[in-house]
Design a protein around this ligand. Sequence first.
Ligand code: ADP
Ligand code: ASP
Ligand code: MG
Length: 467
Amino acid sequence: MIVMKFGGTSVEDSKAIDRVVKIVRERLEQSPVVVVSAMAKVTDQLLATGRAAGEGEREKALDLSRALRERHYAAASELLSTGVFTDFHSELEADFDSLDELLRGIAAVGELTPRTMDNVVSFGERISSKMVAAAFSARGLNASHVDSRDCIVTDNTHGKALPQFDDTNTKLQKVVRPLLEHKRVPIMGGFIGSTKEGVTTTIGRGGSDFTAAIVGAGLGAERIEIWTDVDGMMTTDPGLCKDARRIKHISFEEAAELAYFGAKVLHPATLLPAIQKNIPVYVLNSRNARNEGTRITARGPKCRNAFKAIAAKKRITIVDVVATRMLMAHGFLKAIFEVFDKHKCPVDMVSTSEVSVSLTVDSNESIPAIAADLQKLADVKYEGRKAIVCLVGENIRGTRGIAAKVFGAIPEMNVRMISQGASEINISFVIEEDDVPEAIQSLHKAFFSDPDPEVFGEPLAAEAVKR
Ligand code: ADP
Ligand code: ASP
Ligand code: MG
């Protein structure tokens, strides 16, 4: 069996869902399980709706919900014949009615907990998956909708819940496997799950990729396909640099590093289950299905370029801790890390001097509290709106003078921290968020003006002509 995941833009309207049906139809013999995101932008809109309700703005919340209801009705009516639409319409209506009831309740209390917010945002994937399943059935495919909350078991860290793999795998075998055995195509929403007690959770923004990998690993898939709106994993974000090229083949390790450092095309946790079970992952374009995309496997090909890709992770805060009293006494670093641990705040980059430590974290609302705790140990300053730029490639290991080439290639800008060696396959540094486009474009020009044709695709314009 295989897993095919379609992101928000791949199910954004009736035309996109039609393309999904065509793509899946061609793979029927491989027993696909289909995982879908909410329609494009719906998760953002549900978050805004939930927040409006939480602030007591009942009418605003209900207006936003009405707009979502209409968008889904419109797509469903375009996808389904009149008779089928009538039945499906009442199912949609029931879902939107319960969303509205929830919003009225939130507005009445004037308080929105992370648990309730998860319930609100879950409607995106709950509804899109039902709609895609209805479209499949209407086109003669043997499809069955699966409520992901019946199989993806998580802890109760609302908003970023952690999957409980053993329980999830048992449920996947119980709920999804029999459908495959009966030659049905299971269609489930990504991103959502539930606790053992049955409370709805979500696994973090962009998490549908992760769902696909969890399902693939749990059911022993031959491959996991991530269908999106670009031709594959590219040498950099094509939105930042028009010269970005498709990477034909890349290793798990390199792709994981890129995903972690900002290549949004893959959720950072996606590759973990795939690596554990050694399942190849493909990134493919639902608008250009004939393009062969990117293959991600345990070993990548040999490449004559120094790097495979450049990523940038924005919304970073630098925390500078200066030890005035203890002068880096024994146990100082441990005390600092305990503070980050207490606030469950992961640290990305660290650099130390005799008297100071600088760290980077994702900008988040607990930073003032973290700083207050650190202040008990030392002087603390923090500054947001930074970005980590990260160059990734297995050739870093053996290339002499590579760091000098990197820093020679970036235009004059304030580099705040540098890291090489923590992972043998990445060189990263911290700059102002506003400098990211310039840095990426200069680095891309320096390292990808002569890309190895064995590893990289044609320029975007040439690939587009082939469509
Ligand atoms: P989906 O909704 O299908 O999950 P996402 O928006 O999450 O799609 O991810 C696809 C987007 O990721 C692309 O449109 C692109 O702008 C962005 N992106 C960032 N870095 C890269 C990269 N290295 N390769 C490809 N896409 C990238
Ligand atoms: N719909 C969710 C989001 O927008 C999950 C996903 O699309 O992967 O974050
Ligand atoms: Mg995504």
